[in-house]
Structures are given as structure tokens and as C-alpha cells.
Design a protein around this ligand. Structure first.
Ligand code: ADP
Ligand code: MG
Length: 477
């Protein structure tokens, strides 16, 4: 380096090996071998999966950046600039993806093209070829000094530890929306919002997925081929497909995708009884609720919730369809008797008259209510469901309502949730927590870009790193 400075030329000296960083790929420290025998640089990659469109192809791949640590994986993605036939040192011809990404060596950063190939058993996870060191590429003279090493300083693999907690590097993500209705407002809005941020979205029909659960590497199959490993999956599972949808989600979880809502959380919120029990366990206010099985319990059941008027709800009710108001004790007994006769599971709940056919929908993402609306049922209707002709408008919610909504989503384990709250004389009471809340009503009423906020949440939670990096490594026997 000194030589160039003296002669007024700025340049970089590299030895036969150097520490490099590929920050855009989320790789803060890699040891690269300088290989002037090769023109193009090469990067180690496994499970290389193309995605994106024909005019904007991308590739997702995993890398073990640390030699001897095959358990430590980082997932990367990048735009593909070319596909090229490369002859490796052992004479084999391989068609490789070529990506372009900035490289940092010492204090300098410049864009470099590299091919992706499996270098699993190689000591160096990266080879730095001639093209990367050409002056018009590097912007400076790069001199190779094959007798020296690490002329540009040393980096540490400890840098990967902070990566685990840091906001992930913005990279194109491969996201799946699991839905039976790819064309509905919610699916389309989330797809739009993700694509606007440079991500690729696959709309996956839940019913057409089939699972390979025997193999060591779990897979979800679709139309005769395995689906790729997605960075994130957004489940939009309707009530009629809860059971199967949960199985599909478990498979995606096993494949390492960030699942916006997990199968377990979806299950807990779908089962109205379990949901009420969980809310009660965590002291979240709700209308007084009771559950029974035997006909002879009817009287005390009605007693428990304070007598008529009361509400009887089928456990699998959605869109207000299985919710019946028993205005008098006689009417309540008749409804309960009828449901029992059908062997249906239901719960009985105090009727909150003062809510006057209105309820609050709080849209929770992570630890925040990002949008809210108040829904009012049609004239003479106590059920405010939009599907039943209810109307929605924007509303300012109170601090107490906000806190109750966030807590309800949290105890259910849902990261994206629609929490329905009744305004009672004693403050907010949670009615239900929805794991696939619709976007149309809430976006229109609140004028918030909820879809974009969901994508933002995904970007903040997809973790590029798998495995734990500890400083004290176990010694090999
Ligand atoms: P679903 O899952 O079918 O939507 P909900 O429990 O959300 O069932 O009830 C539907 C609607 O009925 C609610 O949005 C609310 O407006 C009204 N409602 C439900 N429970 C009560 C209650 N205990 N008191 C007053 N209104 C209620
Ligand atoms: Mg409801």
C-alpha cells in the first residue's frame, strides 16, 4: 500500500487470503482465497432456489460462512445477473447462477460478480477471481501479493452474533401467502405491498398442498413438485380448513420459514373455548362466559352468566352465523336445548346490552394496534359483523382498549390478529381474536396501509441466521 501512496496512486494490496464482507447478503465476515487463475469469483451456496419473475430473476441460497461449522447457516438472496457454464478445477462443467453484490475489503467497497456453487468441503467459502480485482471494477489498482496474507486487516466470525439480533439486511424475500382466495382484497393487497418492496410473492392454495412428512427434509408439495423453502409464510386459513391448514403451516414451520402466525396460535384462537380459557387465564377482561355438556346443567349455566338476556355461540361460529340471542330465560332454554339436541358444542355468554350492536376491531401487528375501526350492525341487529351488513368507521381507541388488544393477541401467540372488543360499562371486554383478519374493511375505514405494515413486520422478523454461535466451541474428541 505504501508504494502506491508514495507514487501518488491509491491502490489496494491483497494477499493470497483476505477477510471480506458481503454486507448486502448478510455476511459480515468471510475468508476469501484470492484465485488469479479464475476469472469469476465464486461463493459457497447450498439449496440454491431461483425465484422472482423472468425479467427480474432472483435466487435464494444458504451458506455456511464458518469453516467447521456446518450447523451454522445464513440465508441470503440476490438478483441474478447471468447463468454461466463454469468449468471447475476438477474439470466438471456446471451451470451456475451469477449474482452481483458489493464486496468490502479493508475500508473499500465495490460491486463484484460471483457464481454460486457448493464449496461445502472447501477450506474457503469464497474465491476472489480476477474480474473482481480489475481496476475499472474495483475503481483502483488491486495488486496481489501472493506471498502475504490478510493485508487488509482481520475480521471475526463473532460478527455473526450481532446479526442474529440486528434488523435483518434488506434483501428480496420469497414470501408465500397460504390462501384459498388468491384474488380477494386481502391477498392482493399483501402481494402488492410485498412486491412494492422488492419481494416475490407466491399465492399458494392451501387445499392443493400435500405434505411429505416422512422425509428427513420436510417438504410441501404442490402441483407435482416440492415448493421451495420460503423466507416467510402468511397464513390466511379459513374456518372450514383450519385442521388441514394447520398441518400445512406446521410443515412450513419445520422448513424454517418465518410464519406470521403459527399453527398452534391459529388453533388456539379458532377454538372459541380454548381461546376464552386462555384469555381468562391471563386475566383479560371478557363477557362472563360458561360452557356445559349435559342438558341438566342448563339452569345453572344460565344462572352462571347472570340470567337472560344471554348469547349462545356455536364454538365454530364465524361471521356471526352461529351466534344467537336468548332474550328471555324461556328463549335461552329453547336455544340451548336445540343446540344440545344437535350435539353441537357451544358456549353461553352474558349479553352486553350497552354495546348496542357495536364492537371495536383492533388490528394488531406485533406489539402494536396499527389500525382500528368501530363496526355497527344494521338497524335492529346486535351482531356487528360486516358480513351481516354491519358498517365500519374509523375510531380513536382508548389506552385501555389498546393494551387489552395487544395483550389478547400476545396470549394467543398471534403476531397478526384482529381483536374484537365490546365497550361495556366496566371497560373493554374481548370477544374474540381472529388469526386471519380481513384487510378490506379496516384499510378502508382507517385509511391505513395495513398490508404494508404486515410486510414491514416480516422484514423485521425474518432471521437470516440458523444455528447458534458460541465463542467457547466444543473440542472435537
Ligand atoms: P363470530 O365469530 O361468529 O363473529 P362473535 O363472538 O364475534 O362471533 O359475535 C358476533 C357479533 O355478535 C359480535 O361482533 C358482536 O357484535 C355481537 N356479540 C357477540 N357476543 C356478544 C355479547 N356477549 N354481548 C353483546 N353482543 C355480542
Ligand atoms: Mg366476530
Amino acid at each position: 500500500m505504501a508504494e502506491y501512496k508514495d507514487s501518488g496512486v491509491v491502490g489496494i494490496d491483497v494477499g493470497w487470503e483476505e477477510w471480506v464482507a458481503l454486507k448486502q447478503l448478510g455476511l459480515p465476515a468471510l475468508k476469501a482465497k484470492v484465485d488469479t487463475g479464475a476469472r469469476t469469483s465464486a461463493l459457497h451456496a447450498f439449496t440454491i432456489q431461483p425465484f422472482g419473475s423472468e425479467d427480474n430473476p432472483k435466487v435464494r441460497f444458504g451458506i455456511h460462512p464458518i469453516p467447521d461449522r456446518p450447523d451454522f447457516e445464513v440465508y441470503c438472496s440476490a438478483s441474478v445477473v447471468d447463468r454461466r457454464e463454469v468449468t471447475s478445477s476438477n474439470g466438471q462443467v456446471e451451470l451456475r447462477y451469477v449474482i452481483e453484490t458489493p464486496i468490502t475489503i479493508g475500508g473499500k467497497t465495490w460491486p463484484v460478480q460471483m457464481t454460486l456453487t457448493n464449496r461445502e468441503n472447501m477450506a474457503f467459502k469464497m474465491l476472489l477471481g480476477r474480474q473482481a480485482m480489475e481496476e475499472d471494477v474495483a475503481g483502483e489498482v488491486v495488486s496481489v501479493r501472493p506471498d502475504a496474507a490478510n493485508l487488509q486487516g482481520e475480521l471475526s466470525y463473532d460478527l455473526y452474533k450481532t446479526l442474529k439480533k440486528a434488523k435483518p439486511i434488506s434483501r428480496p424475500l420469497h414470501i408465500a401467502i397460504l390462501t384459498r382466495e388468491p384474488n380477494n382484497y386481502s391477498s392482493q393487497r399483501m402481494k402488492e405491498a410485498a412486491e412494492a418492496r422488492g419481494h416475490t410473492v407466491a399465492l399458494v392454495d392451501t387445499k392443493r398442498c400435500y405434505l411429505n412428512i416422512q422425509s428427513h427434509a420436510p417438504e410441501v408439495h404442490y402441483d407435482g413438485a416440492p415448493l421451495p423453502a420460503f423466507d416467510a409464510v402468511i397464513p390466511r386459513i379459513g374456518a372450514s380448513l383450519t385442521f388441514y391448514g394447520m398441518a400445512v403451516m406446521r410443515q412450513f414451520e419445520a422448513m424454517g420459514a418465518y410464519c406470521v402466525n403459527t399453527a398452534a396460535a391459529i388453533g388456539a384462537s379458532r377454538d372459541k373455548l380454548q381461546a376464552h380459557q386462555l384469555l381468562a387465564l391471563h386475566r383479560i377482561p371478557m363477557p362472563t362466559t360458561a360452557f356445559a355438556n349435559l342438558p341438566k346443567d342448563t339452569d345453572s349455566l344460565i344462572e352462571l352468566v347472570g340470567g337472560a338476556p344471554l348469547v349462545v355461540k356455536l364454538l365454530q361460529s364465524t361471521q356471526g352465523r352461529g351466534v344467537v340471542l336468548g332474550e328471555t330465560k324461556k328463549a335461552a332454554e329453547a336455544v340451548i336445548g336445540a343446540f344440545q339436541g344437535l350435539d353441537a358444542n357451544f358456549l353461553v355468554q352474558e349479553f352486553v346490552k350497552e354495546a348496542a350492536g357495536e364492537d371495536l376491531r383492533c388490528f394488531v401487528i406485533g406489539k402494536r394496534v396499527v389500525a382500528s375501526m368501530i363496526r355497527k350492525g344494521e338497524e335492529g341487529e346486535y351482531r356487528s359483523n360486516l358480513h351481516r351488513g354491519g358498517a365500519a368507521k374509523a375510531v380513536r381507541i382508548t389506552k385501555a382498549e389498546r393494551e387489552v388488544a395487544v395483550k389478547a393477541a400476545k396470549v394467543m401467540g398471534l403476531r397478526v390478529a384482529g381483536v374484537d372488543i365490546l365497550r361495556t360499562n366496566d371497560g373493554p371486554a374481548v370477544l374474540e381474536v381472529n388469526s386471519s383478519p380481513g384487510l378490506e374493511g379496516i384499510e378502508k375505514a382507517s385509511k391505513k396501509n395495513v398490508a404494508d405494515l404486515i410486510v414491514d413486520h416480516i422484514e423485521n422478523n425474518v432471521r437470516p441466521v440458523v444455528g447458534k454461535l458460541t465463542t467457547s466451541r466444543r473440542k472435537k474428541p
